[in-house]
Design a protein around this ligand. Structure first.
Ligand code: AN7
Length: 359
C-alpha cells in the first residue's frame, strides 16, 4: 500500500485536532541505513545504523512535527503561523503552511542560517524576517507575539510538534525489528530528544503497549550532543552568545531543556558536548565512508558516540546503536564545499585528462 504520511500511519496515537484532514507531504518512512564502515571509524565494535531523516520532503526531521502542528493549527482555525528558526523549522513550516493555504512568518538569526534552508524557506513562500539577534531572541519574540495575536506558534514548545516527531522512535524500532541499545542525536532546542523519549515510552503497537506496562520493555539509552560553543544543558546554565559552525544547533536557551534532561536521566543516558572539529570530522566521514550526506549539525550524534566510546562510558561492544541524521547535507552547501578538496579545472582534451588521471 502506498505510504500515506505520518498522520495516516500513526494518527490513532497522536493527540492533535484535524486528523481527519491531514496536511501532509507524505513525510516519514525515512531509511535506516546500516553503517559498518563508519562504525569502524567510531570504534568500540558497535552495530551502527543511521536514521536518515534528512530524506524527509523538505530535507529535515522537522517535517514530522510540522505535519501535525500545521494540521492542528488549521483545525483550530488559525490562518497565520509563525516560528523562530535556525533554518530547518522555517523551511518545514513554510512548506506545510503553503500546502494548507496558510500564511507563514519566520524569524531567522540574520546571516546565521545555511543557504539551502534559506532557499527552501523563500521558495515555499514564507515571509522571512531576519533579526539582529540569535535564535533565542527570535523564539522569545514569536512566543510574545503569538500570545497577543491569533497567530499560531509552531515551534516545538507547541505540543502538537512532538506528537509528530515521536513517530521517529517507532519507525526506528520497526525498521530494526528491535529496540536499539542506544540512540544518539544532536540537541538544540531539545524538542527532538524529548519527542524520541515520548515515542520510546509510549510504543505504538498494542502488543508493544501491553509489554510496556509489565515490566517495561527496554528503552534505549539516549545520547544527546550539543556543540561546545552552544551547550547550555551540559554547562548547566543558559548561554547568552552561543557560537558554533553548526548553525542548526546554535541555541543557548533550549525551550525543552528540562524535559530533555529528564528524558536523559530516565534513559540512563548522557548529555555531552563536542567541539566543532569533532562534529565536522564525523560529518566528513559519514559521507565518505557510507555515501550518506547530512548537514554538519546532524553529525553531532556520531561525534558523541565516538567521544563516549573512547571514554568507556558509551555503548559497549556488540550493542546496537542508532544515530539520527536530522538534516540533509544539501541544506548547507557552503560547509560541504569548504570541507572538501576543491575540484581541478582542465582543458576539455583527452590527452590532458589522461595525463591528469594517470599522474
Ligand atoms: C539538522 O530549525 O531549531 O533539539 O529552528 O535543524 O529539536 O531543536 C533546528 C534544530 C538538530 C536540533 N539537527 O533539534 C530550527 C531548529 C538539525 C536541526 C536540531 C536542529 P532540537
Amino acid at each position: 500500500m502506498a505510504w500515506g504520511g505520518l498522520i495516516d500511519r500513526y494518527g490513532s496515537r497522536m493527540n492533535i485536532a484535524g486528523k481527519d484532514r491531514p496536511v501532509t507531504l507524505f513525510e516519514g518512512n525515512t531509511p535506516l541505513v546500516p553503517a559498518p564502515k563508519l562504525a569502524e571509524w567510531i570504534g568500540g565494535d558497535i552495530d551502527l545504523y543511521l536514521k536518515y531523516d534528512g530524506m524527509n520532503p523538505t530535507g529535515s526531521f522537522k517535517d514530522r512535527g510540522m505535519t501535525t502542528a500545521i494540521t492542528h493549527a488549521r483545525a483550530e482555525g488559525a490562518e497565520i503561523v509563525i516560528c523562530a528558526s535556525t533554518g530547518n523549522t522555517s523551511a518545514a513550516a513554510a512548506a506545510y503552511a503553503s500546502r494548507a493555504g496558510m500564511k507563514c512568518v519566520v524569524l531567522i538569526p540574520d546571516g546565521k542560517i545555511a543557504y539551502g534552508k534559506l532557499a527552501g524557506t523563500l521558495a515555499y513562500g514564507a515571509q522571512v524576517v531576519a533579526i539582529r539577534g540569535s535564535f533565542d531572541d527570535g523564539l522569545r519574540l514569536v512566543q510574545e507575539i503569538s500570545a497577543v495575536t491569533p497567530i499560531a506558534l509552531v515551534n516545538s514548545v507547541n505540543p502538537a510538534r512532538l506528537e509528530g516527531q515521536k513517530t521517529a522512535a517507532w519507525e526506528v524500532c520497526e525498521q530494526l525489528g528491535a529496540i536499539p541499545d542506544w540512540l544518539a542525536l544532536p540537541v538544540g532546542n531539545a524538542g527532538n530528544i524529548s519527542a524520541y523519549w515520548m515515542g520510546f515510552s509510549e510504543c505504538w503497537r498494542s502488543e508493544c503497549a501491553q509489554l510496556c506496562k509489565k515490566p517495561r520493555v527496554k528503552r534505549p539509552q539516549l545520547l544527546g550532543t550539543q556543540a561546545a560553543g552552544a551547550a547550555p544543558l551540559v554547562d548547566g546554565h543558559p548561554v547568552d552568545h552561543p557560537e558554533t559552525k553548526c548553525t542548526a544547533i546554535r541555541i543557548g536557551r533550549p525551550a525543552r531543556g528540562d524535559q530533555a534532561l529528564q528524558a536523559i536521566k530516565e534513559s540512563n543516558g548522557i548529555i555531552t558536548k563536542c567541539s566543532d572539529d569533532e562534529i565536522f570530522a564525523a560529518y566528513r566521514e559519514v559521507a565518505r565512508r557510507e555515501g550518506v550526506f547530512c548537514e554538519p549539525s546532524s553529525a553531532a550524534g556520531l561525534a558523541g558516540f565516538k567521544q563516549q566510546i573512547a571514554a568507556g562510558t558509551g555503548p559497549q561492544p556488540g550493542q546496537t546503536v542508532v544515530a539520527v541524521l536530522t538534516g540533509h547535507g544539501l541544506k548547507d552547501p557552503d560547509s560541504a564545499v569548504a570541507e572538501a578538496v576543491a575540484p581541478v579545472t582542465l582543458d576539455a582534451d583527452l590527452d590532458t585528462l589522461r595525463r591528469y588521471l594517470l599522474a
